[in-house]
Design a protein around this ligand. Structure first.
Ligand code: SAH
Ligand code: DHB
Ligand code: MG
Length: 221
């Protein structure tokens, strides 16, 4: 596939409407410097998440998968002053880098990073009655996406927006015999989404400066 047109159009959109400033660029650089993989959302996807957060008037956001804090910063920037974003990360080293970036963005008063296995942190959030969240972004390891979705539903109210990244994987989800556990994980999630009568959902394919993929957009009824 010739992806150069997708990349050029992504640039065009970013030049017109993107808001990737020095702090966000610095976040990407800090990740490179620390050897953290560049598997963050793209700038235009970050802006897309911002638009969605504003659309649902989000005051309380949950993110599963922090990495270096890139998507976290996009999302937290549209929270009101009394808003809150809780983000879950397995790797202490990534969380440390993310924390520095969040401080540089001036967002440490509204962002809380919880280090540990997302499954444990989600159970703790539920036990502590931290829900309901207005928006939940699922973007951690792919094999347990269905379980993350089940926790997200528990931590939701009618109208909560759930977004899940990486659910198309260059179309590998079309292959029923794919043995990549990440692909199998999102295939299982996509099927669970389709079977769930409690939600209104679709999947948007994404192309641009990163590989062809997709985001599930889910409203809880
Ligand atoms: N949302 C980020 C990208 C997240 S990449 C952005 O767009 O900027 C996926 C992250 O999930 C990685 O940082 C990885 O360490 C983390 N992760 C992987 N397995 C996890 C688990 N079991 N619990 C919590 N986080 C996990
Ligand atoms: C991977 C994870 C992501 O969240 C992403 O956006 C791209 C790739 C991965 O684990 O391969
Ligand atoms: Mg992702």
């Amino acid at each position: 596939m010739d992806t150069s047109l997708f990349e050029s159009v992504d640039q065009y959109i970013g030049n017109l409407l993107g808001d990737e400033d020095a702090v966000l660029k610095g976040t990407l650089k800090s990740m490179k410097d620390a050897g953290i993989p560049g598997i963050n959302v793209t700038a235009n996807q970050g802006k897309f998440l911002q638009v969605l957060a504003r659309l649902c008037g989000a005051k309380k956001i949950l993110e599963i998968g922090t990495l270096g804090g890139y998507s976290t910063i996009w999302l937290a920037r549209v929270l009101p002053a009394d808003g809150q974003l809780i983000t879950l990360e397995l790797e202490q080293a990534y969380a440390d880098v993310a924390r520095q970036n969040i401080i540089k963005a001036g967002l440490d008063p509204v962002v809380d990073i919880k280090v540990g296995k997302a499954m444990d942190s989600l159970a703790a959030l539920d036990a502590e009655d931290e829900g309901p969240f207005d928006m939940i972004f699922i973007d951690a390891d792919k094999p347990p996406y269905t379980e993350y979705f089940e926790w997200a539903l528990k931590l939701s109210r009618p109208g909560t927006l759930i977004v899940a990244d990486n659910v198309i994987r260059e179309g590998k989800v079309l292959d029923d015999n794919c043995d990549d556990e990440r692909v199998r994980g999102v295939q299982r999630f996509n099927k669970a989404l389709a079977d769930n009568k409690q939600v209104t959902a679709t999947i948007i394919q994404t192309v641009g400066s990163k590989e062809h993929d997709g985001m599930a957009i889910v409203v809880v009824m």
